[in-house]
Write a protein that binds this ligand. Structure first.
Ligand code: MLT
Ligand code: ZN
Length: 464
């Protein structure tokens, strides 16, 4: 049963966005209240789906006046609990802001609404003869706004950088309903603080991203993918470095292991790529104006440690090889609700970390099952742990402490959300955290935007 004040706010907001875009029915709200991992779930006050920046601004003004906390949400593909309600917040879905403008050929730029999915953006760029620099397995659901809010990395980060590197301008609504709009289409603009850069990775805690001006990259017509079986992470790392040195065409370098490919094959029906299973696999994609396969093949042929290999230029065959990597997330989730740890360590420490982290997990939580994969070119490893209760953080503790000891990051690309707050202090000093809290207070003085995400609730509510 809805409380009277909820009803008043919902009615006021229905007057702004239309009755049909305020969802109060439990069945209609359900898909907005649980994230992709199924580990993070909570009840919303209601879900609102504005259709324009003006409506977002009016909704925020109403929420701020009512002191109602708001959780902004894009495609809800987040993995750290940052885009779902926790204690009766209003969920602000940006998916209806799905307009995308014509590509500006002069600079290779496009303006897109926060609700445009990555797949739509990629296709739009492709039709105009360009490409977008960020790619993720969740491309059909992930949205421009969510990817900016989490500074998404993905599989092409080693070549084009994360989402922050693609954002040339931004439109965002602050908690008080005021609109920040910097969409100049300028490559150089050092006029004051870099607000677009600040909002990238702010996880909906500083403002609600409603649209962005995005850089496109040249479409590269010739592609080659190699899947290489290797004995261990150390060999994968050395091979990855050798291939990078041999050709500038490298666009992606991914690693996965025997336990992951076994899960992928079992849950998706794919057959193993080779006649037998191997301990580790390196997947490499190269892209260029001219065929990158000869240089890639030469680098592979001259390297030691390759136990088996498959290479593909044809689009369908390339996509088949990618399936072994891209379907890890769904295969792991089909096996159980994982603890997802998304960490990075210096490349020099990567191979040792891969070995030590497995030992750390099973020694902290006997019976836990690590499934590792990740973006080896970026030093980023996705440490998934199966077999533990959602509240059992023994393995997370052991992994994140080891990461900190090695000078790594406790969240390389997924963000902090609510999931990583207990370990923030491992890699951010008290001074860092105070500075972040000051920025939060300056932009959202009443603390209504995604409270409890990135920073704990306490310092904000204790500010008096
Ligand atoms: C990926 O690299 O596939 C994503 O980060 C998703 C995940 O970690 O499961
Ligand atoms: Zn990833």
């Amino acid at each position: 049963m809805m409380r009277a004040e909820d009803h008043d706010l919902a009615s006021e907001i229905a007057g702004i966005v239309g009755q049909e875009h305020v969802l109060r029915d439990a069945d209609l709200c359900a898909s907005y209240e649980t994230d992709w991992t199924r580990r993070y779930t909570g009840a919303s006050r209601f879900v609102v789906r504005p259709g324009s920046t003006g409506e977002v601004a009016a909704v925020m003004r109403a929420c701020e006046r009512a002191g109602a906390a708001v959780v902004p949400q894009g495609g809800n593909t987040g993995l750290v609990g940052g885009s779902v309600p926790r204690r009766g917040e209003v969920v602000l879905s940006l998916r209806r802001l799905a307009a995308v403008e014509a590509v500006d050929d002069a600079g290779g730029e496009v303006t897109a609404g926060a609700g445009v999915t990555l797949a739509v953006l990629q296709e739009h760029a492709r039709e105009a003869g360009w490409a977008f620099g960020v790619d993720l397995a969740s491309r059909d659901s992930a949205t421009v706004g969510g990817m900016i809010a989490t500074n998404a990395g993905g599989i092409r980060m080693m070549r084009y950088g994360p989402m922050r590197a693609q954002v040339l301008g931004i439109e965002a609504v602050r908690a008080d309903g005021s609109v920040i709009r910097r969409m100049p289409g300028l490559r150089k603009d050092n006029t004051g603080y870099d607000l677009p850069g600040l909002l990238c990775g702010s996880e909906g805690t500083l403002a609600v991203v409603t649209g962005a001006r995005l850089r496109l990259v040249p479409a590269l017509p010739s592609r080659a993918v190699a899947l290489l079986a290797v004995p261990d992470a150390r060999t994968a790392l050395a091979l990855a470095a050798r291939i990078r040195a041999a050709t500038p065409a490298v666009e992606a370098q991914e690693v996965f292991f025997a336990e992951g490919i076994e899960l992928v094959c079992r849950h998706t029906g794919l057959s193993l790529p080779f006649a037998r299973a191997y301990p580790a696999y390196l997947l490499v994609e190269c892209a260029a104006q001219t065929d990158p396969l000869p240089a890639l093949a030469e680098a592979i042929d001259s390297a030691s440690g390759v136990l088996d290999s498959a290479v593909a230029s044809d689009r369908r065959l390339r996509e088949e090889l990618w399936q072994y990597r891209e379907r890890h997330t769904e295969a792991i989730s089909a096996e159980g609700v994982p603890h997802k740890l998304d960490v990075a360590v210096p490349l020099g420490a990567y191979a040792g970390f891969e070995r030590r982290v497995r030992e750390a997990i099973v020694s902290a939580a006997p019976g836990a099952r690590p499934v590792l994969f990740g973006h080896i070119g970026d030093g980023n490893l996705h440490v998934n742990v199966l077999g533990l209760e959602p509240a059992d953080e023994r393995a997370s503790n052991a992994v994140l402490r080891l990461v900190a000891e090695l000078g790594g990051s406790i969240s390389a690309e997924h963000g902090v959300g609510v999931a990583k707050i207990p370990w923030l202090h491992l890699t951010r000093s008290p001074e860092d955290i105070v500075a972040m809290a000051a920025i939060k207070r300056a932009l959202d003085p009443r603390g209504i935007l995604n409270p409890g995400v990135i920073l704990p609730m306490e310092p904000l509510s204790a500010r008096g």
